[in-house]
Ligand binder design. Structure first.
Ligand code: CP3
Length: 340
């Protein structure tokens, strides 16, 4: 088995730089688009044979060094009965967004074996299929990112409802963060029990906050999540975008790897994160729509700015875009693997 990804998470020396991509399974792949003609994304997630097939596609097609469970950040909310849909080209849409303390009080805890048996089954199929290949990453959204969908009801650019709720309903916000943290811990532990070998917490939208607000309203909860996962003894990754302004606080959690976007150089980021943690990122996904010579130039820049090679996992700063030519991402993977 290729364990370069796991070794790099623990900042151990690896024979080459491991590579994987957020959203490596998805609509840029013709094999995935074909399946989407017959099934919705929720159908796929709820059918272990399909979800595992989709998660394996990029392993064979791209030659990446890790697989990621095929699910969505909404899966645990589906599990506890939140009425939602994942709408093509929009994203998660929630029927009754949260607007009050009484609504928060009604949210219940997840019971993985009853609520999401399909997900646990997908993990076990994947582990079996990946035996000789690469490790499997499990994931969840972080409380802020989940809360933003629950409160806005749909994707947003400005997070007006989320932040207003946070500023003006402190008790309800705290209860929501506590409930989501407990749910996330149960959810991630169930994934580990089912067989995932690393975990990534996606706080995709937390960069909407100032550093002080991050520390006051979010960090204590994220800290608690990571603290309760350290006993699992697998690598833990903390991902966010737009975190350049508060990276020191963002990395002040018990995790092994910090994943950054493209808005800060790895060199600067690593100084702020501290060299005890590994780093993941940070190519701009939009670059993958360019000619390969442009991609190559930016990858070379990343590598020449790296203070050290061990503890570096190559990834994009955010997910692979739908318009990405498969050939570019294949070549990119090969290029990084051969980089000396
Ligand atoms: O390969 C993988 O990375 C695994 C699968 C995965 C999906 N969603 C499947 C998916 C993962 C890791 C996610 C996480 C996710 N989902 C995040 C965190 C990562 C990030 O990008 O910040 C977020 C914020 C979501 C919420 C969400 N779900 C969005 C914003 C969208 C995109 C809307 C669109 O159509 O552009 C989705 C839908 C979704 N989740 C798709 C996939 C493959 C695409 C739509 C589809 O296939 O129907």
């Amino acid at each position: 088995m290729n364990i370069t990804f796991l070794d790099a998470c623990y900042s151990k020396k690896t024979p080459f730089t491991p590579v994987w991509y957020m959203r490596q399974a998805g609509r840029y792949l013709p094999e995935y688009r074909k399946l989407k003609e017959s099934y919705s994304i929720i159908d796929i997630i709820k059918t272990p044979e399909l979800a595992s097939k989709v998660a394996l596609q990029p392993i064979d097609i791209l030659g990446v060094d890790a697989a990621i469970l095929f699910a969505d950040i909404m899966t645990p909310l589906l599990g506890i009965g939140v009425d939602l849909d994942i709408v093509e080209s929009i994203g998660p849409v929630i029927k009754n967004p949260i607007a009050s303390l009484s609504h928060v009080e009604k949210l219940r805890l997840l019971q993985p074996t009853q609520d999401i048996p399909y997900l646990l089954q997908t993990i076990s199929i994947l582990r079996n299929e990946l035996k000789e290949k690469v490790p499997l990453i499990g994931f969840s959204a972080a409380p802020f990112t989940l809360a933003s969908y629950l409160i806005e009801g749909k994707p947003t650019r400005d997070f007006i409802k989320t932040k207003s709720f946070m500023y003006n309903n402190k008790n309800a916000w705290e209860l929501l963060m506590e409930k989501l943290s407990d749910l996330i811990i149960v959810y991630l532990k169930s994934q580990v029990r089912a067989g995932v070998q690393a975990l990534q917490l996606f706080d995709s939208w937390v960069g909407a906050l100032s550093e002080n607000d991050y520390k006051e309203y979010v960090l204590p909860h994220t800290k608690k999540i990571f603290e309760s996962l350290t006993s699992e003894n697998i690598p833990l990754i903390h991902f966010g975008t737009n975190t350049a302004g508060f990276l020191t606080s963002f990395s002040d959690v018990d995790c092994n790897v910090i994943s950054i976007d493209w808005r800060i150089s790895i060199e600067k980021a690593w100084q702020q994160i501290g060299f005890k943690k590994a780093i993941q990122g940070n190519l701009d996904p939009i670059l993958l729509l360019s000619d390969f010579s442009v991609i190559k130039k930016h990858v070379d820049e990343i590598f020449s700015s790296l203070p050290k090679r061990e503890g570096y996992i190559f990834n994009l700063g955010h997910g692979v875009l739908q318009q990405t030519p498969v050939e570019n991402i294949k070549r990119l993977t090969e290029y990084v693997h051969n980089k000396r």
